[in-house]
Each structure stands twice: as structure tokens, then as C-alpha cells.
Design a protein around this ligand. Structure first.
Ligand SMILES: [Zn+2]
Length: 175
């Protein structure tokens, strides 16, 4: 998956500008709560590009990174990705750890967790219920928001977005 969305040389119907070279993947390199722990707790913590173990107030929290894919439906079919963190329970984390290098890990049953990254939407995204689908080794797990959810992020995952929306994401994140 290339780092940029090719876009279109046509003028956007929404803003009358040309959208080219927009980032395909946006998101966060650590769970939001990584910043909330004390420096002492962080010394005990572990953060890799894929997992985060965070001691907090006497217990241990577990996070994995995943991709929420939003289909781009116009002007050209494509895909945009939110790279985000999901909090899972300890048994899910050990299931993930046990199958991490398994060539057949994509056949593992899906897991559930809660979104642990705030994204630029009107309604909070943290706490959204997530289903986690492990993919082949080397591929970031795919995340699905419940199809029952009325959250705008769930609707965008279900119905897709226009390329203009990716330009909005970039602007919102750099505000
Ligand atoms: Zn536009």
C-alpha cells in the first residue's frame, strides 16, 4: 500500500481544488493514554510499533495497533487508513502474542476491544467497540467498528468517503 493517495487532477466538486499526494495513513504512534501515565509508570511500560503494555495505578493495560480502513468511493476508488490503538484485555493480548508469528494467524478468531485513540470527529472516538481481525504475519490487524454504531466513523467505514474528506482529515490534524 503506497504512502500517498494518487488522487485526481480534476477539480474537487466540494472545494474546487485539486487533491494530490494526500497521506494514505494517518494516526497515532502510541495510545493516547501513553501520555497520561506518570514518568515512573512509563519506565515500566513497553511500546513497540504494534503493541503497548502500560502499567497504571497498580494494574496493567494492554493495547494493540490496528488499521481502520475507509473506502474512498470518489473520484477514484481507493482506500484511506486510520492507524489507531485498541485496548484489549489480558487474555486477548496473550492470544495475540501466542499467534503473532504463526503463518496461519489470519485464521484466528476475531477479538474485541475499545478504541484508545481520539480522532478528529464531532463525537468522541475513544471507547468505541471494535472487532479486531488478525491478518497474515507482517500485516497490521484490521479493525471494524460495530455495524450497529451510529458514530460518523462507523458510517464512513460502512459507506465510504470522498477524497475531499481525506484533505479535511489532514487539515483537522494540523490545526
Ligand atoms: Zn476538496
Amino acid at each position: 500500500m503506497a504512502g500517498e493517495i494518487g488522487g485526481s487532477s480534476a477539480l474537487c466538486e466540494v472545494c474546487q481544488q485539486v487533491h494530490r499526494g494526500l497521506a494514505r495513513v494517518l494516526g497515532s504512534s502510541a495510545p493516547d493514554d501513553w501520555l497520561a501515565v506518570t514518568p515512573g509508570e512509563r519506565l515500566e511500560a513497553e511500546l513497540t510499533p504494534d503493541i503497548c503494555i502500560l502499567p497504571h495505578q497498580g494494574s496493567t493495560r494492554h493495547f494493540i495497533r490496528g488499521h481502520i480502513q475507509l473506502p474512498i468511493i470518489a473520484p477514484e476508488p481507493d482506500v484511506f487508513v486510520w492507524s489507531v490503538w485498541v485496548e484489549v484485555d489480558e487474555s486477548s493480548m496473550s492470544a495475540i502474542a501466542q499467534t503473532w508469528s504463526d503463518p496461519n494467524r489470519a485464521a484466528s478468531p476475531p477479538l474485541t476491544g475499545r478504541l484508545a485513540t481520539e480522532l478528529p470527529y464531532e463525537q468522541p472516538t475513544r471507547g468505541l467497540q471494535i472487532t479486531i481481525y488478525t491478518r497474515d504475519p507482517g500485516m497490521t490487524p484490521l479493525l471494524m467498528i460495530s455495524s450497529q454504531s451510529r458514530h460518523a466513523l462507523a458510517q464512513e467505514q460502512r459507506d465510504g468517503i470522498e477524497l475531499h474528506r481525506v484533505a479535511e482529515f489532514v487539515a483537522l490534524l494540523h490545526r
